[in-house]
Write a protein that binds this ligand. Sequence first.
Ligand code: PLP
Length: 228
Amino acid sequence: MSITENLKKIKQSIEVISIQCGREKGSVELLAVSKTKPIESLVCAYECGQRLFGENRVDEAEKKAPQLPPDAVFHMIGHLQSNKVRKACKIFSCIQSVDSLKIAKKINTTCIELNKIMDIYIEINIADDQNKTGYEVDEVFYKEFGEIIKLSNIKVLGLMCIGAFVNDDKLIRDSFSSLKEILKKLQIDNESFSGNKLSMGMSSDYTIAIEEGSTMVRIGSDIFGSRY
Ligand SMILES: *Cc1c(COP(=O)(O)O)cnc(C)c1O
């Protein structure tokens, strides 16, 4: 199937699932994860109306972003190294993979210099097995979260996670519902925090993620084909 057909199918599917679980039409955004894919594939998605793209490497995004019209926006979804923060702050409209106070502070200082506010998500290591990125949810996390939301040039939109890497829908569902619970706790514990977004769900598990309250699904292979 072509990218055009895939996109159309996924968008319809997102809408159908949302409605089935009683959610408002348009309450789930689609991030087209274009990592490793050639610029032609992004252009094709753009021409079908897609504006939100996800990349996991700063250098790759730096090459691709200028080749699309300026209303295409890029979200960083891969682990961010501190020596890439400056570049990342220029290219991305949102960094979804913030997983330490140290990196958040660095993004903040850079954005003060660049005179911009960066939207971020805090990445949580919800399944804590194979996936080694993201915060472990412990005392340190809750304390650092309180510090991150105070940073002047960062806006915390919500939480991001990769679902459990298992062949068991129940466990996948549990990982998404725990992310939702953590967000609720953060909202209760931090009066000044107004983030309410949950970036969760990929090609293999986005149906479950939407049922569990995802506000953004990050889909790569179901749109662009598998990555080898
Ligand atoms: C690659 C990637 C995706 C998309 O994965 P697919 O299975 O191709 O849909 C989503 N989120 C993150 C963080 C990724 O690295």
